[in-house]
Design a protein around this ligand. Structure first.
Ligand code: CO
Length: 148
């Protein structure tokens, strides 16, 4: 495993659309392992591949001291609304209130290519939406009007 450099807002890579993973191989596993190590060394709870300059549809989330690896996610259902503070490792030192769905269901694949599904609420739902946005070149500040 190795630490990867987290790129920040000024880098155009963060604005690009990531490509679906097609091979669930060692290149992907190395990326996931490196992202996990990088996230552990940071102050964040989630990290998307574009943040380490890899345009693949991959993110990881810290959940109760454990990590969930999310590959080729599709948010299939959302409901409710929540508004709360959000930050991003690519926008250091900032936080803003963002409105998100309160509940989301996401279909995705694990590192071996097995299909998975997860329904999450509250903070976890927010985190999934935030990380999923990264895969489409969207940053949380895009949801904040007039104050970034
Ligand atoms: Co972020």
């Amino acid at each position: 495993m190795a630490l990867r450099k987290i790129i920040t807002q000024e880098n155009d890579i963060l604005r690009k659309i990531s490509k679906p993973v097609t091979r669930f191989d060692e290149t992907l596993w190395d990326l996931l392992d490196d992202m996990k190590e990088t996230l552990i060394k940071s102050t964040g709870v989630g990290l998307a591949a574009p943040q380490v300059a890899v345009l693949k549809r991959v993110f990881i989330l810290m959940v109760n001291e454990s990590y969930i690896e999310v590959i080729n996610p599709k948010i299939t259902k959302t409901s409710g609304v929540q508004t709360g503070p959000e930050g991003c490792l690519s926008i250091p030192g900032k936080q803003c209130n963002v409105t998100r769905p309160n509940k989301v269901t996401v279909d995705f694949y694990d590192r071996y290519g097995n299909p998975m599904s997860l329904t999450a609420v509250d903070f976890m739902a927010r985190a999934i939406c935030h990380e999923n946005d990264h895969l489409d070149g969207v940053l949380y500040v895009d949801h904040v009007k007039g104050k970034n």
